[in-house]
Write a protein that binds this ligand. Structure first.
Ligand SMILES: N[C@@H](CCC[C@H](N)C(=O)O)C(=O)O
Length: 251
């Protein structure tokens, strides 16, 4: 089978997008990992399929590079950019793994409403929260010098988070409104250049402790994103989302 695809990236978190709005596509977990493989395939942190669903502009299925399913913040922002390129629509409603989302195109940025059903909790110096994907956030002093694999892998595989597992974020405050961070993503099983649900998780760890601020600027290895609190439990993630190339792959 040959598949047409588009490649997009959001702050260096990169994705293969497949348009199934007009015809359905079945894809197995092993085909997803083959397409996402950086040596034998297109190469990506994840793959998304956009399909038709009544009541929303599109439904979004997200797969990590290993074929496991999740919600993805940066992936969703890229899917909204892709849909904008297809239709010209600047305000979009879509459904995903964790429910319905609104999103807006703001020139070169895409702003996404996140689903944060529960407050995060600090437990033994770790902030634990689900922002559409499960995250643990750990505050560190020298982010650039940290061995992310040494810190993140034992947390990612901790029994308490099985069987789904957890994504791990290390962050360092660089001002009241600003943090820098790095993420180890489950499903990619590596550090990625950015992670939207992870950025939201870290920003909430800061916002939850300080009611005097409502925005946090987050610097990732792949670029800057912003998280705004718009009310109790309502958070918006804003950042770049860009077309890279398109092509055809045999699967
Ligand atoms: N890169 C994503 C998160 C993707 C899902 C995550 N790896 C998981 O399985 O929980 C993002 O931008 O949110």
């Amino acid at each position: 089978m040959k598949l047409n695809f588009h490649k997009y990236q959001g702050a260096g978190n990169d994705f293969v997008i497949i348009n199934a709005l007009e015809h359905s596509i079945q894809i197995s977990a092993s085909e997803v990992s083959k397409i996402c493989d950086r040596k034998y395939g297109v190469g990506a942190d994840g793959l998304m399929i956009l399909s038709h669903r009544s009541g929303v502009d599109f439904h979004l299925d997200y797969f990590n590079a290993d074929g496991s399913v999740s919600f993805c913040g940066n992936g969703s922002r890229c899917a909204v950019r892709f849909y904008h390129h297809l239709t010209g629509k600047e305000a979009v409603k879509f459904s995903a793994f964790d429910g319905k989302h609104l999103a807006f195109i703001e020139q070169d940025l895409v702003k996404l409403e996140m689903m944060v059903p529960q407050k995060g909790q600090w437990k033994n110096q770790e902030f634990i929260i689900n922002t559409g994907a499960p995250h643990v956030c750990v505050s560190v002093n020298n982010l650039d010098d940290c061995d992310i694999y040494e810190i993140a892998k034992p947390i990612r595989w901790r029994k308490e988070f099985a069987p789904v597992g957890v994504n791990v974020n290390l962050f360092e405050k660089i001002g009241g409104h600003q943090v820098k961070m790095r993420t180890f993503e489950k499903g990619v099983e590596d550090e990625t250049l950015a992670c939207g649900t992870g950025v939201t998780a870290v920003a909430i760890s800061v916002l939850q402790d300080d009611v005097s601020i409502n925005s946090v600027l987050v610097e990732t290895k792949g670029g800057k994103l912003k998280v705004d609190r718009k009310g109790e439990g309502t958070f918006w993630l804003t950042g770049p989302a860009t077309f890279v190339f398109r092509g055809e792959i045999a699967v």
